[in-house]
Design a protein around this ligand. Sequence first.
Ligand SMILES: Nc1ncnc2c1ncn2[C@@H]1O[C@H](COP(=O)(O)OP(=O)(O)O)[C@@H](O)[C@H]1O
Ligand SMILES: [Mg+2]
Length: 388
Amino acid sequence: MAAATADASGIATADAGTDAGAQAPAVPAPATAPGEESTDRDVVFSARHLWKVFGPKADRIPDDTTLTGLSVAEVRERTGCTPAVRDVSFDVHKGEVFVVMGLSGSGKSTLVRCLTRLIEPTGGTLEMDGEDVLGMDRTTLRDLRRRRAAMVFQHFGLLPHRSVLDNVAYGLEIQGVGKTERRARAAEMVEKVGLAGLEKRRPGQLSGGQQQRVGLARALAVDPEILLFDEPFSALDPLIRRDMQEEVVRLHREEGRTMVFITHDLAEALTVGDRIALMRDGEIVQLGTPEEIVGSPADDYVRDFVRDVPREQVLTVRRAMRPAEGDEADRGPALAPTTLISDAIEAVARSGGAVRVAENGRCLGIVDHACLLNVVARMDTTRTEVAA
Ligand SMILES: Nc1ncnc2c1ncn2[C@@H]1O[C@H](COP(=O)(O)OP(=O)(O)O)[C@@H](O)[C@H]1O
Ligand SMILES: [Mg+2]
């Protein structure tokens, strides 16, 4: 079983020639409606009007306008087909952590498997680094799965009879890398994910968290351009899960590697994501930064989803500030526009009044008790930025 999973993943990846690790972490891009993304940044995956329909004669569904407007349940009733991914468009930018979030059954796994054609899309277009993925032949596709896009699964997919070191080296072995070199590289990755000293153990002798670290090290060993995670931490205990989330954030900060991270857990999405695509019934209902999703939910569904998020820990002063009055712009302490409301509350309390929000010496606006409280209390969810 484990071997089958590992094999299906095409485990691994990395093209030793690509230097994905040198990418600087991305600054989150402004929100755009699905399908309307700008093209002025480096893009790894670019999907347009992507569909995956399971069932008999699935191909006809995306083009049939009498069906495309119906709910998943209605389509299933009329045709026996399940549209798992419906007309989805997005770009994954180089260096970002792109989170796909949604309830169970919303189409997350199907979508991420479509990216490397572990599941064959039914319609639409898909590019990786500008290359047409849907037109790739078997050899090119295998190479993509082995070297360019590595997958980390919820159930680890480790080989039970192999040591930690050989599990981590597995993807390199498939690539034909020699034993000495692959073991050296594997040892480096074992160390990187905090498992030094456990190289000789079998997966069965490790805790769940440690096994997932092996899965992570194995994916990293091939130095992929992009890491794909399908709910990697869902099976872990909450504390270990938080450890692993921090590990992903740390790795990303150190290497800036592009990641697509699937989760059904909003807190996890907010922790690891630069941008979040929120899915429902196969569609992306909102795509934006954590701050945009929490601060400006696109509809009632999203609003409901983010209702219990502590806003002061996600939203920044950019969303709270008001224009400066009188000489406010010229005096007093200043905060960066990326400062979280929770930190700003402390700063404002300490200053006893209004605090400037400044960037490169320019005052963008002012925050005081009232405007911070308004945001926390959702008094003004429509407030837009005062200055660009
Ligand atoms: N191989 C398949 N055949 C038929 N239906 C499938 C298949 N795989 C997934 N589905 C259906 O597609 C929808 C999306 O599933 P999935 O992508 O696994 O969701 P998620 O990962 O968000 O839980 C669900 O309704 C699921 O039942
Ligand atoms: Mg899934």
